[in-house]
Ligand binder design. Structure first.
Ligand SMILES: NC(=O)c1ccc[n+]([C@@H]2O[C@H](COP(=O)([O-])OP(=O)(O)OC[C@H]3O[C@@H](n4cnc5c(N)ncnc54)[C@H](OP(=O)(O)O)[C@@H]3O)[C@@H](O)[C@H]2O)c1
Length: 251
């Protein structure tokens, strides 16, 4: 095998900013060919690609709404036609949700988050598995949230959706392990990204003070944990739930 064809390919959903962008840059630096998926932030996705290329890495940006099976299929087909395989997939794209108490929430609001979280996880996983099974190798990493296990006020839609994602990952892990494919869940606490920018400073300070490591996470903190499971450092770990939260929640 020549140097080029031995390079691994990682597809990261929602990699134009936040945790996904940091993961893309880190894995690009580590020699992966990186697919920077995005929904609408084309310029930001292009900047991530440019940063990876600037230090000699390989990357391409592909627009696809991960809730749309046809768009996901098209994205995966494009990657396979250019680079031949998808070795690792990080299901990271952030699905919006309504923050409300259960008593105030409608079924439409609740089911929107559940549906978006699960259709994206289901569709992207289904699309990458055939090429991984063919190669008898794969690394799948889902990005959940500590709210999947520990409730917080107003977070019932998000927490319930992420809890479904955690269990989904375990079911897929037990089914595809025989093909050399691992499926794991990285579960961040509060991370300093645009998705959390609506949280008041006082709340962020409180979380930091309650955290044994005395700060909230950066996107890089989460990217480093994802990278371990997207590569071979954890090659015999599958179906695992990994909290990455500075110790604020040790469950
Ligand atoms: N931030 C936190 O405190 C925190 C805590 C726990 C878990 N998480 C989880 O971590 C993951 C990443 O969150 P983040 O904070 O990095 O989010 P973020 O900074 O808001 O970035 C969201 C990313 O998702 C993409 N995206 C959104 N909808 C999409 C769609 N339908 N199809 C494809 N891409 C889509 C965005 O693309 P565009 O730029 O094109 O819109 C963007 O690249 C999420 O799963 C989130 O639930 C975050």
């Amino acid at each position: 095998m020549d140097q080029q064809s031995s390079k691994k390919v990682v597809l990261i959903t929602g990699a134009s900013r936040g945790i996904g962008a940091e993961t893309a840059i880190l894995l690009g630096k580590r020699g992966f060919r990186v697919v920077v998926n995005y929904a609408s932030s084309r310029e930001r996705a292009d900047k991530v690609v440019e940063e990876i290329r600037n230090y000699g890495g390989e990357a391409m940006a592909i627009q696809a709404d991960v809730r749309n099976p046809e768009e996901v299929h098209r994205m995966v087909e494009k990657v396979l036609s250019v680079w031949g395989s998808i070795d690792s997939m990080v299901n990271n794209a952030s699905m919006s949700f309504v923050q409300k108490s259960f008593l105030e929430m409608t079924w439409e609001e609740f089911s929107q988050k559940l549906n978006d979280e699960m259709i994206s996880a289901f569709t992207v996983t289904k699309s990458v598995l055939p090429s991984m099974i063919k190669k008898q190798y794969g690394r799948i990493v889902h990005v959940a949230s500590g709210l999947a296990k520990t409730p917080a006020p107003g977070m019932i839609a998000h927490g319930s959706a992420k809890a479904s994602l955690v269990q989904f990952a375990k079911y897929v892990a037990q089914e595809v392990g025989e093909h050399g494919i691992t499926v794991n869940v990285i579960s961040p606490g509060l991370v300093d990204t645009e998705a959390s920018s609506d949280q008041p400073q006082a709340f962020r300070d409180t979380i930091a003070s309650l955290t044994p490591m005395k700060r909230i996470a950066s996107a890089e903190d989460i990217a480093k944990a994802i990278a371990m499971y997207a590569d071979d450092d954890c090659q015999f770990i599958t179906g695992a739930y990994i909290p990455v939260n500075g110790g604020i929640d040790m469950n």
